[in-house]
Design a protein around this ligand. Structure first.
Ligand code: NAP
Length: 285
């Protein structure tokens, strides 16, 4: 990879903390190299209180853009010149473009990445009901994007009800074609809501390494066979929820393609080129 770096190579930077575990440098540099583009993607661990200076540094050093990750996805908004309409409503930014005149535009590609991965699986969601578990940053981007993209009804379950209520208020105010409801996380109620839903999405962190044997529902008997089950966790590859979905005979997907697609959309923002997603999937995972 070093052979492609020259005196004219420009930077794309990831700002966040922690970032050392991030797959984005691998994904983005593999794509940049495959297309012979003269940029290099690097991750920078930014201390609390140093976000503004870090963004300024990217600009001064001629970077073409970057990704913003935890804990700065909301904080970054105050330093941007423009924000895409979706990102403004979602209230969080994961991608920035630094224009030649120095202006910086913010985008959120998480929700679009999720929708792309649903489409890839040929899941019909327009006009349909979607049940989402979780109300963190990822759930907010996914629920709002699904509403923009034509879902008829969204029901959000969360342990902390207030957080789910904030998301549904935004959707009900901004997207008249979608009815959104918030509920406190409760398995019996969740199972009831899934009965006439097209898609169940797990946006909680339940099922990741620390809670590997847990799932938002406890048995395959509670899942109707025709519901599509999406877990946005990609490590482990098959969470407990996805094992239950398989046992129930449901179609399902993990979060890997969402991860790749959110990066692919960001890649397009910086380079105007399509990321070779199949190559990324085979070379990076
Ligand atoms: P976040 O903002 O921290 O939200 C975490 C969510 O999980 C909250 O709704 C939280 O509920 C819930 N939760 C955590 N532990 C719980 C428990 N023991 N019982 C019930 N609910 C619990 O995180 P995030 O950024 O939205 O990410 C959520 C998950 O998505 C993570 O696993 C992350 O790795 C994954 N993710 C994947 C992608 C991708 O590209 N595939 C992108 C982003 C995130 P409370 O609100 O009650 O705390």
């Amino acid at each position: 990879m070093t052979n492609r770096i020259s005196g004219t190579t420009s930077l794309i930077g990831l700002l966040g903390n922690p970032v050392k575990h991030s797959k984005s440098p691998l994904i983005q540099n593999t794509a940049l190299e495959a297309l012979g583009l003269n940029h290099v993607y690097m991750a920078f661990e930014v201390e609390d209180g140093k976000l503004k200076e870090s963004l300024e540094a990217l600009k001064v050093l001629g970077a073409v853009g970057g990704n913003i990750t935890m804990p700065f996805k909301t904080k970054i908004i105050e330093y941007l010149d423009d924000i895409s309409s979706e990102a403004r409503i979602i209230g969080s930014i994961n991608t920035i473009k630094i224009h030649e005149n120095g202006r910086i535009t913010g985008y959120n590609t998480d929700g679009i990445g999720f929708v792309k991965s649903l489409e890839e699986n040929k899941v019909e969601f327009k006009g349909k009901k979607i049940v989402i578990a979780g109300a963190g940053g990822a759930a907010k981007a996914i629920a709002t994007q699904l509403a923009f993209d034509g879902v008829g009804e969204v029901v959000i379950f969360n342990r902390t009800l207030e957080k789910a209520k904030k998301i549904i208020d935004v959707i009900n105010k901004s997207v008249s074609s979608c009815k959104a409801t918030a509920k406190v996380m409760d398995e019996t109620d969740l199972v009831e809501e899934i009965k006439d839903a097209a898609v169940l999405v797990n946006c909680t962190s339940i099922g990741m390494k620390a809670t590997i044997g847990q799932a938002i529902i406890s048995s395959s008997a509670q899942l109707p066979k025709d519901v599509f089950v999406a877990d946005i966790i990609y490590d482990p590859e098959q969470t407990k929820l996805l094992k239950i979905a398989e046992e129930a005979g449901c179609r399902y997907m993990n979060g890997l393609m969402m991860l790749i697609w959110q990066g692919a959309i960001a890649f397009n923002v910086w380079t105007d080129k399509d990321m070779p997603v199949d190559l990324i999937k085979s070379k990076c995972f």
